[in-house]
Write a protein that binds this ligand. Structure first.
Ligand code: HEM
Length: 142
């Protein structure tokens, strides 16, 4: 069971990172109507994978082989959680933009620079999280 949850946690991370990379590659100052619809789908996968990562992470935290105090006493764990929450909060803005425009009839859609910057920033923050995960799992920072 522990292995399955670990696998799903990592699988969620892989899908999360993959969908965020696709979003970063597809986004531009101007995108087509088809791009918007595809981005809505990829963004849905991104959201679903974040939920899988969170649920499996919580199971590992609360019911994994190590006591939860092993993680909660470590500042590295709190930095990891803060980054995760930050990425989740940042992702609201592009999601709202894609959903608002999913039924656009215009051939081309102008994308605010802020949407592009937020997607780039999410990726930068996401890159840092696995390093923190490895440190935390080994009790470095306690
Ligand atoms: C994008 C976000 C996340 C990434 C990239 C990530 C990454 C990882 C990785 C790579 C590991 C394996 C570490 C190892 O075994 O050496 C891990 C384990 C773990 N993660 Fe996450 N994680 C994320 C979010 C979360 C969240 C939201 C939680 C808690 C709510 C969480 C809790 C845990 C726990 C408890 C472990 C087990 C550590 C151990 O084996 O002692 N993670 N995570």
């Amino acid at each position: 069971m522990d292995i399955l949850i670990r696998y799903l946690h990592l699988f969620g991370v892989v899908v999360l990172a993959g969908s965020l990379i696709i979003e970063n590659m597809a986004i531009a100052r101007e995108i087509s109507r088809e791009d918007v619809r595809n981005l809505v789908k990829v963004d849905g996968i991104y959201g679903a994978s974040a939920v899988v990562v969170l649920i499996c992470g919580l199971i590992l935290l609360l019911a994994g082989p190590k006591p939860s105090g092993f993680y909660t006493a470590n500042p590295v764990f709190h930095v990891k959680m803060t980054l995760f929450v930050l990425v989740a909060l940042l992702s609201i803005y592009p999601t709202v933009f894609f959903l608002r425009n999913r039924k656009t009839q215009a051939e081309r859609l102008a994308v605010p620079v802020a949407v592009i910057r937020v997607l780039r920033l999410e990726l930068v923050l996401l890159v840092l999280i696995p390093i923190l995960a490895f440190l935390m799992a080994r009790g470095i920072g306690l």
